[in-house]
Design a protein around this ligand. Structure first.
Ligand code: BG6
Length: 475
């Protein structure tokens, strides 16, 4: 069996709010995700059910310090370089560039920070892959405009993107507009800076916000290509196909409905129009997103160049409400699949599902794909020598890389690259914990914020280095 393409982009992925910390340093403003605490209230905050408009004494907010990558990025990128990364996916904190979001002029200190970070990457031959918005929205825009439910967000985002495309021209080539854009339907405060009042029609607001993000994404795709025709712009989906619980056609139909609620976002991004099934479903629900005459033309004329997605698990659906028990931990709800084992956080482990999902996306769009998140969140316990022997992580990644290879080599999927989630331990988006670790690099910090923040290599560090050096041959 032949292997991965010669220029395959191996690397890792992080998000600003989960690793940078330094939440109020060098002019940075307050962001929605800063206000997501650890503990039982986190989910209600992320879904917009519970308002958290400022820090309070009763909660601990892990994004404030993250893993302090803001001050330690040189050490971290050096370690990525040592593993042989070809690409580093990271995100820009909107509030470092526009602390409130609606200023006229950007914050120079924020721009300099990323400029230095990108130069550091290039020192090691690492290509940055930049997410413009990774669960990230200035709180001033939330408080004053209501986040993405307000159409004005499109122009704030356009201005922010323009600054990035112009300033980082020559340093960055690959961009993603919105991380896991379909998450807006499940965690709208996290995905779009939207929270709800009791009288709100939540479904309607979510689709209005989604429409604004989709139009914004098309608009900045246009802008990017005007500024530099070489720029490659991708959308980003929380991926993972849904299986029917049984071969009962009702279950098959239910799985299709659930898949469509996710693929709606890539359908618009790639095909450039609202698919018929979505138009009809929204009509039936009495949801008619407000649009401007130019919106449909923008969507149509400026599709993305490639499709990126995260894959952690497949999902499972049933039409029978009786058996609809949720798995623990997943933000996207799923039934337990009896054929699969699960992680300590209840995320089901399904490497073949990865190959299936890669094939679904490629069959559907015939455009290049990029896997920008995959990995195992696990409890790592350093041994008496202080070393984490994470064979379970190696096993997970080995099986997934093997499945990905089969999709490329046996099925002909056009794949640009693969970045594992959290190559260095960072704050969990779903739970806010540090103890849900994904890294090849251990960070000494616990769920309460204790620890030296020192970095050390886990067993998987050398393993991934070998995988990259052999272009995925030596697993
Ligand atoms: C994706 C996000 O949903 O999954 C990341 O894009 C997130 O931000 C990752 O960290 C893993 O989820 P969690 O909840 O384990 O951090």
């Amino acid at each position: 069996m032949m292997g991965f393409p010669e220029k395959f982009l191996w690397g890792g992925a992080t998000a600003a709010n989960q690793c940078e910390g330094a939440w109020n340093v060098d002019g940075r403003g307050l962001a929605n995700v800063d206000l997501a605490p650890t503990g039982k209230d986190r989910r209600a905050v992320l879904t917009g059910e519970q308002k958290m408009l400022d820090f309070d004494e009763a909660h601990y907010y892990p994004a404030k310090e993250g893993i302090d990558m803001y001050h330690r990025y040189k050490e971290d990128i050096r370690l990525f370089g040592e593993m042989g990364f070809k690409v580093y996916r990271m995100s820009i904190a909107w509030t470092r560039i526009f602390p409130r979001g609606d200023e006229e002029e950007p914050n120079e200190q924020g721009l300099e920070f990323y400029e230095n970070l990108f130069s550091e990457c290039h020192k090691y031959g690492i290509e940055p892959l930049v997410t413009i918005s990774h669960f990230d929205c200035p709180m001033h825009l939330v408080n004053t405009y209501g986040g993405w439910k307000n159409r004005q967000m499109i122009s704030f985002f356009e201005k922010y993107s323009r600054v990035l495309f112009e300033r980082f021209n020559g340093l960055v080539k690959y961009w993603l507009t919105f991380n896991e854009i379909n998450m807006i339907l499940h965690a709208p405060f996290m995905g779009a800076g939207v929270y709800f009042e009791p009288e709100d029609d939540q479904e309607k607001i979510k689709y209005q916000a989604a429409h604004h993000e989709l139009v914004a994404s098309a608009l900045v795709t246009k802008l990017a290509h005007e500024i530099n025709p070489e720029y490659q712009i991708g959308c980003m989906l929380a991926g993972g196909d849904t299986y029917p619980m049984t071969c009962d056609p009702k279950d098959v139909w239910q799985a299709k409905i659930e898949d469509r609620s996710n693929y709606f976002f890539t359908d618009v991004h790639v095909r450039g129009y609202y698919p018929a099934y979505a138009v009809k479903e929204l009509e039936r629900k009495g949801i008619f997103p407000e649009t401007q005459p130019e919106d449909m033309e923008l969507l149509n004329k400026y599709p993305v160049d490639f499709i990126s997605f995260s894959y952690y698990a497949s999902r499972c659906a049933s039409a029978d409400p009786e058996i609809s028990k949720l798995t623990d931990g997943n933000v996207l709800a799923s039934l337990k699949n009896p054929y699969l084992k699960a992680s300590e956080w209840g995320w089901q482990i399904d490497p073949l599902g990865f190959r299936i999902t890669l094939n679904t996306l490629y069959d559907r769009y015939q455009k290049p794909l990029f896997v920008v998140e995959n990995g195992l969140g696990a409890l790592d316990v350093p041994d008496e020598k202080g070393c984490v022997m994470d064979d379970y992580r190696i096993d997970y990644l080995r099986a997934h890389i093997q499945a990905m290879k089969e999709a490329v080599v046996l099925d002909g999927v056009d794949l640009l690259g693969y970045t594992t989630w959290g190559p260095i331990d960072l704050v969990s988006a779903g739970t806010g914990e540090m103890s849900k670790r994904y890294g090849f690099i251990y960070v000494d910090r616990d769920d309460q914020g204790n620890g030296t923040l020192n970095r050390s290599k886990k067993k998987s560090f050398d393993w991934y280095k070998k995988v990259i050096a052999s272009n995925g041959e030596d697993l």
